[in-house]
Design a protein around this ligand. Sequence first.
Ligand SMILES: [Zn+2]
Length: 83
Amino acid sequence: MSLVLCCRDAMTRLTEGSEGALAGAEGATFALHLTICARCKAYRTQLETTVGVLRAMPREESETEDVEAILRLLGDTDAEPRG
Ligand SMILES: [Zn+2]
């Protein structure tokens, strides 16, 4: 396992693990990447802000779906669509 996460993997983990659900070595490499990569750090801040706004809104939809939709709208990263 590499100690260095690529930005694409980090961004995938951001969408999946923004709640701090990542644990163990995987979480550690993710945290390390955010420490050394200003771009992903800024992306996380943007994502957290977005999630905060979504939480403040009275919505029924799944939070995860909302976040993914907004990530697609942002479209300013090199993250590729999943699936
Ligand atoms: Zn990065």
